[in-house]
Design a protein around this ligand. Structure first.
Ligand code: SAM
Length: 316
């Protein structure tokens, strides 16, 4: 069985990128009155304590959401290391927070009315928070412990039939909800990529989903790591979307170098996740300008060394 537990990673820089994009996309899609179905193929536990054991052990939120929160009130003066990293994307001092970041932080604040981020909402809770009564949410989670926690967390919302939690393989089962009756859906694919085959399964899922429901919005998160499959994934998604005649948007956020480093005692150290990307097929047209303003600020605020950078491209 899998060993990946999202609780170790909740609120890290990858979650910041993923959830900022997710919220911005949903905000636009929820402007239309017709019901929206959100399918989360890899849901996780739903809600995380950042002052709990898991998060304390990894400390990843400290370089993600917590850094963003502590930066919020300070003037936007880049740290020396971040300065060169953001040279091309310089953010003006005192620049107001980009709308997409401000909106992301306001959602996190809704879960932490006293301030800070002791509680971090995963994608199921973020989505549910934004949905209206007539929208639907389908959640897939396979890990037995996380599925149980997700069930218990969702039960507290008393959302009734609005939310369905399925302890099933999201890759093989989630297309059964496509197309939804209202023919409006956003599908988030956020696997742990613990096994190499996840990359291929994302592609198979996206191909099948597009066949069933060509106008759905599909959002794929992926890690940018030195592994051929990770490199190929956005390239192959681009080809798939282009062949299907569908618009796409690809955003990446790098916070540090991916190179191995040496400790003073001569040991080799892995850098941890240096970067990640979000690839969307049929993105809302409002997303690109929002991300164009937000990504340079995320680079500035989350940079861990001079390699921090972003990319944003679109097609179709
Ligand atoms: N989407 C969540 C969020 O943003 O808060 C985080 C999800 S986490 C990166 C990936 C989750 O997928 C893990 O909890 C893992 O147990 C689960 N998982 C792995 N393979 C799965 C599969 N084939 N179907 C459903 N869930 C799976």
């Amino acid at each position: 069985m899998f060993s990946y537990r999202h609780a170790f990673h909740a609120g890290n820089h990858a979650d910041v990128l993923k959830h900022t994009v997710l919220i911005a996309a949903l905000d636009h899609m929820l402007e239309k009155e017709a019901a929206l179905t959100v399918v989360d193929t890899h849901a996780g536990a739903g809600l995380y304590r950042l002052d709990g054991d898991y998060a304390d052990t990894s400390g990843e939120a400290a370089e993600g959401i917590l850094r963003l929160l502590s930066e919020k009130k300070e003037p936007a003066t880049p740290a020396p290391a971040a300065k060169s990293a953001t040279k091309k994307v310089a953010v003006e001092a005192e620049a107001p927070l980009a709308d997409a970041i401000a909106r992301y932080l306001s959602v996190i604040h809704d879960f932490n009315p006293k301030g800070g981020a002791r509680v971090y909402p995963g994608s199921p809770f973020i989505v549910q928070h934004l949905l209206r009564d007539h929208d639907k949410l389908k959640l897939f989670e396979l890990h037995p412990t996380d599925a149980r926690t997700l069930d218990a967390n969702i039960a507290q919302l008393e959302a009734g039939r609005q939310i369905v939690v399925l302890r099933e393989d999201g890759f093989s089962s989630a297309t059964k909800f496509l197309p939804p009756p209202s023919r409006r859906a956003l599908v988030l694919m956020d696997p742990s990529y613990e096994i190499k085959s996840d990359y291929g399964r994302v592609l198979d899922f996206a191909a099948e989903a597009l066949k069933r429901f060509a106008t759905g919005t599909y959002a794929v998160w992926y890690p940018i790591i030195p592994r051929p499959e990770a490199h190929d994934l956005p390239r192959r998604l681009k080809t798939m979307a282009t062949k299907a005649g569908k618009p796409w948007l690809h955003a990446t956020l790098t916070v540090k170098s991916s190179k191995l480093t040496s400790t003073p005692t001569g040991e080799t150290k892995r850098p941890g996740l240096p970067a990640s990307g979000m690839f969307l097929i049929n993105p809302p047209y409002t997303l690109k300008p929002l991300l164009a303003a937000a990504l340079p600020q995320l680079v500035e605020k989350l940079a861990q060394d001079r390699n921090a950078t972003f990319s944003l491209e679109s097609g179709g």
